[in-house]
Design a binder for this molecule. Structure first.
Ligand code: CO
Length: 433
């Protein structure tokens, strides 16, 4: 696949995946098109060598894998991990609020969102709806309004003259999206609005009553290639759908000598502690179905490596002092190895050496990130999965600006660089003894 096509496909994937549920649905479609068969956690599995499979949990986390021709106990599993979720505004259970005739929706902040970019955006709403059918059965459907149906207007500068000196944003009071101007005094029922939307998206739907939902606001501005020399990509959810896409394409193109796996978890942005999150049992339970004997399982884990791919902070030219002087990754200069002495990242010299070696093989430049000592360091699924499984892990990611904004910026070259390294990773043998 050429570089331009790769970027087009990446941006299309992100645009079509406004929520983790949609991201997993789109990954399932790509996997099915490429010969991967769906497994259910509730079924018993009989896995064959040299075959492709995927399984989902909660509709928002997915594991895809290719069973290798070589014995997995001796050669281990090459794993890539990423996350499907991004910080955003999530609709509350009883969301209807009417103020001055405007219907607004109560929202909860999901994850560590930057608040200010949410103002003055053309917002839409998407996610999962759980409903009762006309035949009294419980069903689930994905929903996406697609059209801009909401806005959070800024307060005019004339009404807040000190806004540039000391702006604070109260997320309870100031982040309520306006979805319509009510015609009558009675507030409109949000679940009824959802039912109407479901019927307009699918006239065949048997929806009778919407019971509950996981719905998220998102910015409708499509991703774009930006810069005089077209060096940048600007989009929502680059953290971390970019890594999900790169991992997926790498896995699809991996050979079948070794067992290769991709896991994309939900709930990373809220700490990973859930059934579908990295701290849950999903990955272990799938790996135990590959090798059930406890002794062999331990041997397999011992020979395995996890590349945890999640975007890194590129040094911002307006804020260069926010990075350690010699650890400021630059966009388009290659993937970043993340190192933290206090284990906020799981990288050690051994796994980092493996990654550098792979970069050299793929002819890809590589950078490293270490946090300033006077600032707190973020984390990702790497240390959590390493702790849960005891697997050797490396934390890496492409550099980006504006992490957790509704519009983030990354380099146009780095995703393809990461793809080339992950392809090498899936194809190579490592002795982790
Ligand atoms: Co992330």
């Amino acid at each position: 696949m050429g570089h331009a096509q790769f970027i087009t496909d990446l941006l299309d994937f992100i645009e079509d995946s406004p929520t983790p549920f949609h991201a997993v649905q789109n990954m399932k479609n790509m996997l099915s098109e490429n010969g991967f068969a769906e497994l259910k956690e509730s079924d018993s599995w009989s896995l064959l060598p040299g075959q492709n499979y995927y399984v989902t949990r909660n509709g928002s986390s997915i594991i895809a894998f290719r069973t290798g021709a070589t014995d997995v106990v001796n050669s281990g599993v090459r794993m890539v991990g990423a996350h499907t979720d991004s910080p955003c505004l999530k609709v509350k259970p009883t969301p209807e609020i009417v103020q001055k005739g405007y219907l607004q929706l109560g929202v909860e902040v999901y994850g560590g969102a930057l608040f200010s970019p949410w103002f003055d955006r053309d917002l839409s709403l998407a996610g999962r709806v759980n409903y009762a059918t006309k035949y009294h059965q419980l069903e689930t459907a994905l929903i996406d309004f697609k059209d801009p149906i909401a806005v959070i207007p800024s307060l005019a500068i004339h009404l807040n003259r000190t806004v540039h000196e000391a702006r604070t944003i109260n997320p309870q009071k100031e982040l309520l999206p306006i979805i319509l101007q009510a015609k009558e005094e009675e507030p409109r029922d949000f679940r009824e609005l959802l039912k109407m939307q479901m019927l307009s998206e699918n006239p065949e739907s048997t929806v009778d009553e919407v019971l509950d939902y996981d719905l998220y606001f998102y910015d409708t501005q499509p991703p774009a290639i930006v810069g005089l020399d077209e060096e940048f990509i600007c989009s929502a959810r680059l953290d971390n759908l970019l890594s999900c896409f790169v991992g997926l394409v790498s896995l699809i193109q991996a050979g079948n000598k070794f067992t290769s796996l991709l896991i994309c978890n939900d709930h990373e942005e809220v700490g990973s502690m859930s059934a579908a999150g990295a701290q849950g049992t999903f990955l272990r339970s799938v790996l135990e179905r590959l090798v059930s004997d406890p002794q062999k399982f331990s041997r397999m884990i011992h020979q395995s490596i996890l590349v945890s791919a999640d975007n890194a902070h590129g040094v911002h030219p307006n804020y260069v002092d926010k990075h350690d002087e010699t650890h400021g990754p630059v966009l388009n200069k290659g993937p970043v190895i993340k190192v933290n002495a206090n284990q906020r990242y799981a990288t050690n010299s051994r796994t980092s050496a493996v990654f550098r070696h792979l970069c050299k093989k793929a002819d890809v430049p590589v950078q490293s990130f270490s946090m300033r000592n006077d600032m707190a360091c973020g984390s990702t699924i790497g240390p959590i999965t390493a702790t849960e499984l005891g697997v050797q892990t490396i934390d890496v990611g492409v550099p980006q600006f504006a992490m957790h904004s509704v519009r983030e910026t990354a380099g146009v070259k780095d995703a393809h660089y990461l793809f080339r390294v992950l392809k090498e990773f899936y194809a190579n043998e490592f002795d982790m003894d």
